[in-house]
Design a binder for this molecule. Sequence first.
Ligand code: URP
Ligand code: ZN
Ligand code: ZN
Ligand code: ZN
Length: 484
Amino acid sequence: MTTIIKNGTIVTADLTYTADIRIENGLIAEIGQNLTGGDTLDATGCYVMPGGIDPHTHLEMPFMGTYSADDFESGTRAALAGGTTMVVDFALPNPGQSLLDALDMWHNKTSRAACDYSFHMAITWWGAQVFEEMETIVRDRGINTFKHFMAYKGALMVDDDEMFASFQRCAELGALPLVHAENGDVVAQMQAKLMADGNDGPEAHAYSRPPEVEGEATNRAIMIADMAGCPVYIVHTSCEQSHEAIRRARQKGCRVYGEPLIQHLTLDESEYANPDWDHAARRVMSPPFRSKQHQDSLWAGLSSGSLQVVATDHCAFTTQQKRSGLGDFRKIPNGTGGLEDRMPMLWTHGVATGRITMNEFVAVTSTNIAKILNIYPKKGAILVGADADLVVWDPKRTKTISAKTQQSAIDYNVFEGKTVTGLPRYTLTRGVVAIEEDTVKTREGHGAFVRRPPVTPVAKALSTWKDITAPRKVTRTGIPASGV
Ligand code: URP
Ligand code: ZN
Ligand code: ZN
Ligand code: ZN
C-alpha cells in the first residue's frame, strides 16, 4: 500500500519546491528527498498538485422534465480524467419534501462514484420543518452549505423572505449559504415577451438573462446575507455586474465568495448566434455565456483575488434532451458539461497565458474551495496526513478536446476542437492511481462521502461580530413626564 511519487516539483497554493511524496493507505505519509520503497510513479518534468475539487456539479439531476445525463459513475470518471479528485453535488428537495429524504435520495445515486464527493443541500421551500431539519443536516449529516435559487420561478426559486429566514438559520448553525443569483421574476417576464415576439430560439435564452438580472440579484443576496450576519457564496458568477457587487462588498469587509465557471471564462455569447440550432442549444445554461469584456472581468477577479474559485456547474444534457426546447427556448434543459476540461482549460488559458500563477491555479481549483467548504487540509493540501488526492500534472502533454474521446456520457462537448496543453500524467484518488495518461483505471465505488463540519473560522468571526453589534435596548436614566 506504499507509493512514492518521485522527481516532481510540488506546487501548492503557496509553495513551489522539489520533493518526493510517500503515500501510505491513501494518505500522504512523508514529503522529502530521495524517498524509496513501494511502487514508484515518475513525475519527472511534472508538477505535483492537490487534486482539483469541483464545488458545483449536477450529476443525475432531475431538472426541466428530464435527468442530467452524467451520473456519479461517468461524472466522477470525467472528473478524474481531468485531474479533479472530488466533486460537490446538490441535493434538491421537491417542494414539501423533507431535506433528510432528499439527502437519502442523493446518497443513493453515488454507489458507483470513483472519487470522493460531498453535497450541498438546496433550500427549495420554507417552513418549520425545513428550519428544524437544517440543524440535523448540519449537525448529523455532515453538510455545512445550503443552496438558494433566486431564479427558476415556479420551480426551484425562493423569495427574499424565505432567503432571509434561511440565511439567518445558516448564521445560527455556522453554515454557508450559496446563491444562484438571477432575478427570476424579471427573467420570467422577459422570456414571455421574447416568445410573444416570436423569439423562440436558443439565442433568446441569453436575451432573457442580461447581466443586470444577475448583478441585481447578486447585490440583493449579498445585502441580505450582510443583514443576516452570514458569509455568502455566489455560484456561477458570469459578468462584471455580479463581480462588481462581490468586489464592492469584499472591500467593505463582507465575507463574500465568487465562483466563475471555466465555461464563462473561455466561451462567449457568439455561440448563441450559430445558425445551427443544436450548436446554440447545447450551450444554453444559466447564466448564459457573455461578451469578452465580461470574461476579462472574471479573469481580473481571479488574478486580483476578488473571485476565489473556478467550477464547472457540470450539468450535461444530450442533444436529444436539448431538443425538447425546439420552438420554445424556455424548455431547453439548462446546463453544460466541463468536469474533464476545467483544469486543462484553466491551465491553458490561465497559467500558460500568464493571467494566473501555478500557485493561484491550485488555489482556485482546490485549496480555496477546501477552505471555504471546511475540508482543509484533508483536501486541497499537500501535507503529511492529508488525503493523497493528487494530480501529477504534465505541462507539456497536449490534446484537442473532442466528444469522441471524452469520458462524459453526452454526444458533444462545448469545448470541441480546443487544444489544451497541460494534462494529468497521473490522477490519484486517496493514493489509488485512477488515470495514467490516456489509460482510465477508475474503480467504481471507490469514492466516499466527505463530511464537512460547520463553523469555519470565518463563520465564527462573523457570529462574534454579530453578537457584539446586535441591537440592544438603551437603558435610560430618566423618563420625561407625560404631557409636559
Ligand atoms: O444552467 C444551469 N446552470 N444548470 C444547472 C442548474 C443551475 O442553475 O446551476
Ligand atoms: Zn414569500
Ligand atoms: Zn445555478
Ligand atoms: Zn448549478
